[in-house]
Every structure is written in C-alpha cells, then in structure tokens.
Design a protein around this ligand. Structure first.
Ligand SMILES: [Zn+2]
Length: 90
C-alpha cells in the first residue's frame, strides 16, 4: 500500500496566494508577518482536507470555483491589512 498523508488544500492555497499577494503589497515580508497572515487567513476559512498519496502531496490547488477563490483572496487581504497596521514585532 502506498503511503498516504492528510493534506489541507486550503492551507496550500492560502500559502501560495498569500506569498504572491504580500509581494504585491507594501506589508512587511519577514517570516513572522508571513506566518501571521497565514494564521489569520486560515482561521477564517474552512479547511479542505483530502487524503493523498505522498508523491502527490504538492497537488495543484483547485481554484475552479471563482467564489471560493474570492473568499480566499478576501481573507488574505483582510489579514494583510491587519498585519500591516500592527506588525507583531518591533
Ligand atoms: Zn515583519
């Protein structure tokens, strides 16, 4: 039997999109702020768990639903604004 793992596709999608959106924003891009944005966005979005073969762990995120993508974009956007206004470091 092939080894399988549990993957939260929402987490992968948010990681990909947040990095790109932070590059396009003037928010601080240190790892602390990146992780704060990820945590905040993921806490407001429903998880999307799938079981996948370990070889397929980096499956492409299905952004087929534009409404779903809009929700993710909005959650990341809100998180970036919060972190931009109040970075959790000096
Ligand atoms: Zn920072």
């Amino acid at each position: 039997m092939e080894e399988v793992i549990l993957v939260n596709k929402m987490e992968n999608a948010v990681k990909q999109m947040a990095e790109q959106m932070m590059l396009d924003s003037n928010v601080c891009k240190c790892s602390r702020c990146l992780l704060d944005v990820l945590a905040m966005a993921l806490n407001t979005l429903p998880p999307k768990y799938v079981v996948t073969n370990i070889g397929n762990a980096v499956t492409s995120v299905d952004l087929d639903s534009s409404q779903w993508k809009a929700n993710v974009t909005m959650a990341i956007c809100n998180a970036i604004n919060i972190v931009k206004g109040r970075p959790r470091h000096s």
